[in-house]
Design a protein around this ligand. Structure first.
Ligand code: MN
Ligand code: MN
Ligand code: MN
Length: 276
């Protein structure tokens, strides 16, 4: 079984900073053996990444990270080894894309009301094409000198308590899981430790995820604390979910999310990589 595994990464096709081929080059430099590209709500980067990995020691898996809603929270579901051309998946992704576009525009209008150049900020955020996220708008705010960094842009403008925040209406958790499964993929509950749920709510989330057809949960994510890993491992055991590993890599400049460098899985779990 490969040692260096990264089943959660992003490229320019969503809110990462590396082109898919550059991501593969970096993964090869770091001797990653098994890697999935899992951009937010898009499969646009997969063909380039797959081509870049062909003929190298790196085994590449098609992936995606779908945004979903559950009890008013935003939940992320990673899909691995799915068919990127599946019609139902593409239809789902097109709907989310239209919604993301409208949300960036709505937040830009709020920025305009606050005296900022909302139209040009939105144009910058949407220029990358692909799947527009709040991260893109945050980077436009930073580039325009309206915030010192992304964190400040979220705190003041784009976060839940920010002045330009617009809530999102994501597809239901169950719909996201079902889309991935119908496209032939494994559905993985992403970063359970980041949802600010109580222990009881996390168990209910896992139960709903499992009932919808989910088969795995992220247990070891780069930068995750030991306590979170232990809690996620307990959820994997309790709900008989396979355990996944990844970095949630977005850019080389963020040392706490290093590509291909997640900690080893705790003992006694079923590694998802064994089924891929
Ligand atoms: Mn992201
Ligand atoms: Mn995520
Ligand atoms: Mn991610």
């Amino acid at each position: 079984m490969p040692e260096r595994i990264d089943l959660h990464t992003h490229s320019l096709a969503s809110d990462g900073t590396l082109a898919p081929a550059a991501l593969i080059r970096l993964a090869l430099e770091r001797q990653v053996e098994l890697l999935a590209l899992t951009d937010h709500d898009t499969t646009a980067g997969l063909a380039e990444a797959r081509a870049a990995a062909a003929g190298t020691p790196l085994r590449f898996l098609d992936g995606i990270e779908l945004t979903a809603g559950w009890r008013g929270r935003e939940i992320h579901v990673v899909g691995l080894q799915l068919d990127p051309d599946d019609a139902g998946l593409q239809q789902h992704v097109a709907g989310v894309h239209a919604q993301r576009h409208a949300r960036v525009q709505a937040m830009a209008e709020k920025l305009t009301q606050k005296g900022l150049p909302g139209a040009s900020l939105a144009a910058t955020a949407l220029a990358a094409g692909g799947s527009p996220t709040r991260q893109h708008l945050a980077r436009a705010l930073v580039a325009g000198g309206h915030a010192i960094d992304n964190e400040a842009a979220f705190a003041r403008w784009l976060g839940r308590k920010g002045a330009a925040y617009v809530p999102a209406a994501w597809p239901a958790l169950e719909a996201a899981v079902e889309r991935i499964v119908a496209a032939g993929g494994h559905a993985v509950l992403a970063h359970p430790h980041r949802y600010q749920c109580s222990a009881g709510q996390l168990r209910e989330l896992c139960a709903a995820f499992k009932a919808a057809g989910g088969t795995a949960i992220e247990v070891s994510l780069a930068g995750m604390g030991q306590g979170d890993t232990t809690r996620c491992a307990a959820l994997a055991r309790r709900f008989d979910l396979a355990a996944s590993v990844g970095s949630d890599f977005h850019e080389p400049g963020l040392p706490w999310r290093p590509l291909g460098r997640a900690a080893k899985l705790p003992d006694g779990l079923r590694p998802l990589s064994a089924a891929l």
